[in-house]
Each structure stands twice: as structure tokens, then as C-alpha cells.
Design a protein around this ligand. Structure first.
Ligand SMILES: Cc1cc2nc3c(=O)[nH]c(=O)nc-3n(C[C@H](O)[C@H](O)[C@H](O)COP(=O)(O)O)c2cc1C
Length: 150
């Protein structure tokens, strides 16, 4: 699959998850472009020529989508994304009431805009960040099960 993988990060956890997900996807033969939501922004091609858009975000406030991710989504929703499969992951901290709530908020935004397909997700706690290999493998397994046309 041709995959666009975007992340937002403040302290690096979501970036680490994005890099490990990229490596796992590449090891399975996929073509991946890894991008920072703010530093890179969306490619200048509408519709995007990819099969799958994966987005990783941290969570801010009280289960909120951080501003970088909101800005990215605003840009994204101006594109024709009707042909894209979607997947969303996030890092969070169980010390907060709404664990990785930005992931659920984002799913809500895609549903509001009429996205009907499955949206595989992965959420990882800050305390588990040193040991995410299995999370990443099972996440990519689920992505392939949903979207890979054999
Ligand atoms: C002010 C503040 C609010 C946060 N709110 C939440 C929250 O509501 N839910 C949650 O799961 N994590 C919350 N977090 C934790 C971050 O999402 C977590 O540390 C994440 O791993 C940061 O990702 P990053 O390293 O990619 O920046 C909050 C962190 C800060 C500093």
C-alpha cells in the first residue's frame, strides 16, 4: 500500500510510535511517507495519491485534540479524502481521566464528515513507551487485515 503517516508530538512519544510504525510497515513491503503535521504539512496534491492515511496524535487539556492536530485536520478536511482509508493512533497517560481522548475525538470528526469505513486504532500509555514493539506489530496486523487487498 502507499501510505501517508502523519504525527504531532510535543515530547517525542507520538513521534517514536510513528517511526516504529513506519519501520514495521516498510518491513512488510509498504511504501510510507512519514510527515510531521506542522513542520511538513500536507502534500500539494488533491486528492492525495495514497491508499491509506495514518495519523498519530498526543492528547492535551482534558482529553482534547492538540492545536497542531486541529490545524492539520482543518487543512485535511479541505481535501477530497473520500477515497482514503483512515487509521488513527495516539499516546496518552492513564493519570488523566480521558485516556488518549484525542484519538476518539478525531474518529468523531471523520464520522461527522461521512467517513463510514473501519478506523483501526492504537493507544499507548507513556509508561509503556519503552516496550511498544508488540503494540506496533498488532496494530499493523490489524491495518493489513482491514485494508490490504491480497
Ligand atoms: C497539560 C497536559 C494535558 C494532558 N491531557 C491528557 C489527557 O487528557 N489524556 C491523556 O491520555 N493524556 C494527556 N496528557 C499526556 C500526553 O498526551 C502524553 O504525555 C503524551 O505521551 C505526549 O505525547 P508526545 O510525547 O508525543 O508529545 C496531557 C499532558 C499534558 C502536559
Amino acid at each position: 500500500m502507499r501510505i501517508l503517516l502523519f504525527y504531532s508530538t510535543m515530547t517525542g512519544n507520538t513521534e517514536d510510535m510513528a517511526i516504529d510504525t513506519e519501520e514495521e510497515l516498510i518491513s512488510r513491503g509498504h511504501e510510507v511517507e512519514l510527515m510531521d503535521m506542522i513542520a511538513d504539512g500536507l502534500p500539494n496534491e488533491d486528492p492525495l495519491p495514497h491508499d491509506l492515511l495514518i495519523m498519530g496524535t498526543y492528547t492535551w487539556g482534558e482529553g482534547d485534540i492538540p492545536e497542531e492536530t486541529e490545524d492539520f485536520l482543518e487543512d485535511l478536511f479541505a481535501y477530497d479524502i473520500s477515497g482514503l482509508s483512515i487509521s488513527i493512533f495516539g499516546s496518552g497517560d492513564h493519570a488523566y481521566e480521558n485516556f488518549a481522548g484525542a484519538v476518539d475525538e478525531m474518529i468523531g470528526q471523520f464520522r461527522e464528515r461521512g467517513h463510514k469505513g473501519d478506523i483501526p486504532t492504537m493507544k499507548v500509555d507513556v509508561d509503556e513507551m519503552d516496550n511498544i514493539a508488540e503494540d506496533i506489530k498488532s496494530y499493523v496486523d490489524r491495518i493489513e487485515e482491514k485494508f490490504l487487498v491480497k
